[in-house]
Write a protein that binds this ligand. Sequence first.
Ligand code: 5RP
Length: 219
Amino acid sequence: MTQDELKQATARAAVEYVPAGIIGVGTGSTANYFIDELARIKGRIDGAVASSEATAQRLKSHGIPVLDLNSAGELAVYVDGADEITEHMHMIKGGGGALTREKIVAACSRKFVCIADGTKLVGMLGKFPLPVEVIPMAQSHVARQLVKLGGQPVLRQGFTTDNGNVILDVHGLKIMNPVELESEINQITGVVTNGLFARRPADVLLLGTGEGVKMLTGD
Ligand code: 5RP
């Protein structure tokens, strides 16, 4: 199976986790496959909260109502992809630049269902450059602090987030303690969010493999 077919298979499996009501929907190519699957059962839900403008557009194109998070309250489920994930359900996210809204919607959700092809499962996070969303005037300051933490930050050229900020992709980090590093980076003045999702990890991983979709939990 190709990587895209594996993403599609996990997206299809995630439909089983969709309850009635309002759900949260992530961003990226795997999340896009999930939105396409969601369209088939859209009568089951009242609508979705989107983690990016791109996701909102795709949901609307399928006739799925897009709802405001502040009116939606707590969500039962959030479904999203990841750039890397460990067996402890810690993730790096933000390859698509939507990390801040993704983290907000995840924080408001009782269950985080991560959908990913098998290449995303890693022993240690950090081979994928860690995205950090930064207020533009703080870019140089934040970059200097990230160097002190052992990383090599690179400005994502020509990219502005949905929130009007820039992204530094931090290379070369060997992330032994993702919970601690997530907090440490968030303490740097000018950082909006970083792409470590460890303090609020996934609850379930649906992993697309050649032998089918495997369900993993952090327990
Ligand atoms: C976007 C994300 C995505 O979930 C992550 O980049 C994975 O993307 P894809 O499903 O295209 O491999 O965090 O900000």
